[in-house]
Design a protein around this ligand. Structure first.
Ligand code: SF4
Length: 376
């Protein structure tokens, strides 16, 4: 009895420290992911992970947390809100402006959350001298959403994001594994009910069944994780989204209740959405514009690939001069998407531009794109 009171008091102390550090969500899960592990394996077997090879590489550890921290007894799950401004689908009506997923509006969350995790680990070491811990902010082989659900932070919605009553789904997850058995929190319950708003709105039909995402179709995957050409079948659906997509979260009836964070790191950065201007960024321009931003993950080649698609979808011929200039971009991936964009804006009228501006030996992707334009 005295022992249980002692551990409860220690837990209160740790929770208090987590809140002081800026974590809004706190809960403890046992390190058991057996059920979620089965679903994860079925998901992998259908290749829904696409080119995210780190998913398969980390499979064994995701299924058995002992492989991550030997003798792990508890997982402390933490949530950090990044919600700043209520969002609607109105952004789709401004095709000259690129849309960036809310989580990437300013600074890279890893840089903010990792130091906080270290400070919380220091607190754990004080409270439980000699304990071993390991922390992650979505960088490790952890099934973080099922663990957060068990820890009571929220339930996994039909769109597969974690969702909390009164808080919504705009928050980052992070975890500390430790070799001390803490009393587990009460698991969260599913409150999606009969709602299917996220499934119905998804522009590419990526939520192939409730709670199942085919990442290969998801705009977040296509614009961030995919390194090569964006498959033609999804280019129109990308619209003006140049880094991720929030539509399934925007329409979720739980998100209007989200409480905005005042964390300066997540407030919207200026000058990152004008498509014509962004299309002209060189390497140095990209580096300085997106310094310490999550957007740097795509590198310049990925972002300008996405911007070319968005300009092709914009219907705005004002972008033709900038796209024409980009026909001589040193990066073949950008060139081939620019050819597509000009084809969308000018139809076969773009062929004359290619003759004038593509130098001698065009690469295979560019030639294939030109042939495609000739046939439509
Ligand atoms: S939109 Fe509806 S179904 Fe989708 S996660 Fe939100 S509540 Fe659940």
């Amino acid at each position: 009895m005295a022992e249980s009171k002692d551990i409860q008091e220690k837990l209160v102390k740790i929770r208090r420290r987590a809140l002081e550090l800026g974590f809004e969500g706190f809960g403890v899960a046992p390190p058991d992911v057996a059920k979620a592990g089965e679903r994860f394996q079925q998901w992998l077997a259908q290749n829904f992970d696409g080119e995210m090879h780190y998913m398969k590489r980390g499979e064994a550890k995701r299924l058995d947390l002992d492989g991550v921290l030997p003798d792990v007894k508890s997982v402390i799950c933490l949530g950090t809100s990044y919600f700043t401004t209520p969002r609607t689908l109105e952004y789709l009506e401004a095709p000259e402006t690129g849309d960036i997923s809310n989580y990437a509006w300013n600074l890279d969350y890893h840089d903010l959350i990792q130091p906080r995790l270290r400070q919380l680990e220091a607190c754990l070491a004080e409270v439980f001298p000699g304990c071993r811990t390991k922390s992650y902010v979505d960088t490790g082989p952890i099934l973080e959403k099922p663990l957060a659900e068990k820890a009571g932070l929220g339930w996994i919605g039909k769109h597969t994001n974690l969702l909390t009553e009164g808080v919504g789904s705009y928050y980052f997850l992070s975890e500390i594994l430790m070799d001390v058995a803490l009393p587990p929190s009460e698991a969260a319950e599913d409150h999606c009910g009969t709602c299917t708003a996220c499934i119905d709105i998804c522009p590419t039909g990526a939520i192939v069944a409730p709670y199942v995402l085919d990442a290969r179709k998801c705009i977040s995957y296509l614009t961030i994780e995919l390194k090569g050409a964006i498959p033609h079948e999804y280019r129109k659906a990308l619209g003006n989204r140049i880094y991720g997509c929030d539509d399934c979260q925007i329409v979720c009836p739980w998100n209007p209740y989200a409480v905005a964070t005042e964390e300066p790191a997540f407030q919207e950065r200026e000058g990152v959405k004008g498509l014509i201007e962004l299309m002209q960024l060189d390497d140095e321009g990209f580096r300085s514009r997106f310094r310490k931003s999550p957007v740097k993950r795509t590198k310049r080649r990925g972002l300008l690939r996405n911007i070319a698609v968005a300009l092709g979808n914009s219907g705005q011929t004002e972008s033709v001069p900038v796209l024409t200039q980009a026909l001589s971009d040193p990066e073949p991936l950008i060139r081939s998407h620019v050819v597509w964009a000009l084809g969308e804006l000018l139809g076969q009228g773009a062929l004359r531009l290619f003759e004038q501006h593509l130098s001698g030996e065009a690469d295979a992707e560019v030639l294939a794109e030109i042939e495609r334009i000739k046939t439509v």
